[in-house]
Design a protein around this ligand. Structure first.
Ligand code: FBP
Length: 332
């Protein structure tokens, strides 16, 4: 009966967010409107990514079209779509995108109260071979009603209102947290709607998978090398862990969230500050990123949204790690 209810009583992402909103009678619905524009961006990117394999045949993004005009590459196109969708929502005031050197300050007539930080298409080197890629986003509220400044996006992560990612994989999955719990929605292409398919996601307590670019091993420091060695040759009689590494952060994080295990991008001799960076601060309310923390930091700082080398605007190096093992093990 329950399965039937899911089939006939669809919990779309819009319905879900409106339900959440109804718990806050003071809410004006601005957040729901903003989110619907982010969802639109994700649907657009999903459709473009699905067609990317046809690009060479029919001249889509990144190719020259029949008029001989160079078409925009998918990451550039995705950025344009997100920027326009966010501005046209009328609910944003500052946008920080991985694709743009500088923050975008929305013109006063279109301005709202939210600041959105995002990477429209992370892992874009995976596009040409059809491997999963994703969009990452985080949302802050302006501190008060002054003229917006960069300080409005440089708030501590626990001020973040919502964060999420959309993975363009064998299915298109949007994972969202608005502060209490994490929920996953899968795009039903026939309906064009994201349907709640992964309610209240919790990373499994234990996992059997480690996920890291082992090609960097010769440049790792001793503790990192020792930890990975232990995954392969456990000394306590347990089975070795399996290695899975996609090289697309959203996909590696998503798998780690659902199946458990550890995902990491440790700093090394080649990238002393790590390759991935966090831009959007720490955020203890967003459990899924509970385990992102600089490998050598003793404090369990939590990072909500991370991505790779960033704009001039913000950015701090991060040696990222998401895991379902004890933090002491992560440190080892
Ligand atoms: P790109 O945007 O250039 O692809 O870089 C980001 C990223 O792909 C992350 O999604 C991923 O975790 C990481 O780089 C993989 O890096 P590497 O290829 O060094 O393992």
């Amino acid at each position: 009966h329950e399965a039937d209810a899911h089939r006939t009583d669809l919990m779309t992402i819009t319905r879900f967010v409106l339900n959440e909103q109804s718990k806050h009678p003071e809410s004006r619905g601005d957040f729901s409107i903003l989110l619907s524009h982010i969802v639109l961006g994700c649907k657009f990117v999903c459709s473009a990514v699905n067609k990317a394999g046809l690009a060479k045949l029919i001249g889509l993004a990144g190719e020259t079209n029949v008029q001989g005009e160079e078409q925009k590459k998918l990451d550039v196109l995705s950025n344009d779509v997100f920027v326009k969708a966010l501005i046209s929502s009328g609910r944003t005031c500052i946008l920080v995108s991985e694709e743009d050197e500088e923050a975008i300050f929305v013109e006063p007539s279109k301005r709202g109260r939210y600041c959105v930080v995002f990477d429209p298409l992370d892992g874009s080197s995976n596009i040409d071979c059809g491997v999963s890629i994703g969009t990452i986003f985080g949302i802050y509220m302006m501190k008060d009603s002054h003229e917006p400044t960069l300080d409005d996006v440089l708030q501590p992560g626990n001020n973040m209102l919502a964060a999420g990612y959309c993975m363009y994989g064998s299915s298109c999955t949007l994972v969202l947290s608005t502060g209490s719990g994490v929920n996953g929605f899968t795009l039903d292409p026939s309906l064009g709607e994201f349907i709640l398919t992964h309610p209240d996601i919790k990373i499994p307590k234990k996992g059997k998978i480690y996920s890291v670019n082992e090609g960097n091993a010769k440049n790792w420091d001793g503790p990192t090398a020792k930890y990975v060695e232990k995954c392969k040759f456990p000394k306590d009689g347990s089975s070795p862990k399996s290695l899975r590494y996609i090289g697309s952060m959203v996909a590696d994080v998503h798998r780690t969230l659902l199946y458990g295990g550890i995902f990491m991008y440790p700093r090394d001799k080649k990238s002393p500050n790590g390759k991935l960076r966090y831009v959007f601060g720490s955020c203890s309310n967003f459990f899924w990123f509970y385990f992102f923390f600089p490998l050598r930091s003793m404090s369990l700082k939590n990072y909500s949204v991370i991505t790779k080398p960033y704009t001039n605007v913000l950015s701090k190096p991060l040696c990222g790690i998401v895991c379902s093992m004890k933090s002491s093990q992560c440190h080892s």
